[in-house]
Design a binder for this molecule. Structure first.
Ligand SMILES: NC(=O)c1ccc[n+]([C@@H]2O[C@H](COP(=O)([O-])OP(=O)(O)OC[C@H]3O[C@@H](n4cnc5c(N)ncnc54)[C@H](O)[C@@H]3O)[C@@H](O)[C@H]2O)c1
Length: 321
């Protein structure tokens, strides 16, 4: 089975690559388990070459907003696609047109190139939600994005829905909350600035948290996301919601709880608070609590505690930095 991952050099792409190699199998378009024989890894920066006995690994390095790079990737036949490549919130706000070429155009081209009705799993985001939201956001709440990034995610969900309706692909979208804890140095993206609140003290570095201690954030570990993406891929289509997009239920924690859990795990860096107005506004526009009847039915769920999220980071930080 030929499996393509875009964004394969990223935080989640690397973990997904490793998880698929360890698993060695996925459900094929016909619904039967099939061995993975070829992995096609695409990213702007070269994805690391994984050890993958018995699996042919092909790497496509280049900017997917460049039509020549996109065409080369689209010429690769695939039986399953995990579409993770994306520009994130702050970049998309600064350059909405450029972000469209990265966030939307490649998925559209990959759908057009699809053969044999492959399953496509798309990493969507809770950023599709906005406006007046109930305390608990379920799969039934209609998207109303308040950022360009959220709009691009919602557009992609609809592209997958329409192409699935036409029988060209079997698309599925999982709306991720804030995924923690990205290794490395702090990046100027909202999710990583949240991650830094736990990561920096765990790495022995002092940090200024850009949110108030009371701010609530819906979070999940990278490990739980990868399990969720693979479970969604393998799920029979009859168990999906009609719109083929579902929320990944998150653990809701306050910033103060994150800091306390990091301290329990032995963090030595000190945290002070210096809320950033733009950052707080973006986070405030996200829902706090998620529920997904469909995710629950597929065994897709949140981490048990923030301590478990820290443990996931401590276990994987060396290999994925
Ligand atoms: N991490 C989170 O908190 C979070 C939350 C919600 C949704 N998501 C979604 O999950 C997916 C993966 O997120 P991540 O945390 O691994 O992000 P990431 O930034 O680490 O990975 C994204 C990858 O996309 C690649 N990319 C960006 N522009 C590209 C281009 N023009 N051409 C080719 N590749 C390009 C980047 O090089 C990067 O490796 C994204 O679609 C993101 O929107 C992530």
């Amino acid at each position: 089975m030929k499996v393509m991952i875009t964004g394969a050099a990223g935080f989640l792409g690397r973990r997904l690559t490793q998880a698929l190699i360890a698993r060695g199998m996925l459900t094929g378009p016909d619904g039967t388990d099939q061995p993975i024989t070829r992995l096609i890894l695409a990213d702007l920066t070269e994805p690391p070459l994984p050890e993958a006995e018995g699996i042919e690994v092909i790497r496509h390095t280049g900017d997917l907003s460049d039509p020549a790079i996109r065409d080369a990737l689209c010429a690769e036949p695939y039986d399953a696609l995990f579409h993770l490549a994306s520009q994130l919130t702050l970049h998309a706000e600064q350059d909405p047109d450029g972000a469209w070429d990265v966030n939307v155009a490649p998925l559209r081209a990959l759908i057009a190139a699809a053969q044999g009705r492959p399953r496509i799993v798309f990493a969507s985001s809770i950023a599709v939600f906005g406006g007046h939201l109930p305390t608990e956001v379920t799969d039934d709440i209609a998207p109303l994005p308040e950022t360009t990034y959220g709009i691009h995610k919602a557009v992609n969900e609809l592209l997958l829905l329409d192409a699935s309706r036409h029988g060209r692909i079997d698309g599925r979208a999982l709306r991720l909350p804030i995924v923690l804890i990205r290794p490395g140095v702090t990046q100027p993206v909202v999710s990583d600035r949240v991650a830094a609140i736990a990561r920096e003290p765990l790495e022995g570095r002092d940090m200024e948290a850009p949110l108030t201690p009371e701010a609530e954030v819906p979070v999940i570990s990278a490990g739980a996301v990868i399990d969720g993406l693979i479970a969604l891929h393998d799920a029979p289509a009859r168990l999906l919601p009609p719109k083929r997009a579902l929320n990944l239920p998150a653990l809701t924690v306050t910033v103060a709880e994150m800091v306390a859990a990091a301290s329990r795990a032995g963090a030595t860096g000190k945290v002070t608070f210096a809320p950033d107005e733009q950052m707080q506004r973006v986070v405030n526009s996200w829902p706090r609590h998620f529920a997904s009847h469909y995710a629950k039915g597929l065994g897709i769920g949140p981490d048990a505690s923030f301590d478990a999220i820290i443990q996931d980071y401590l276990t994987h930080r060396e290999g994925s930095a």
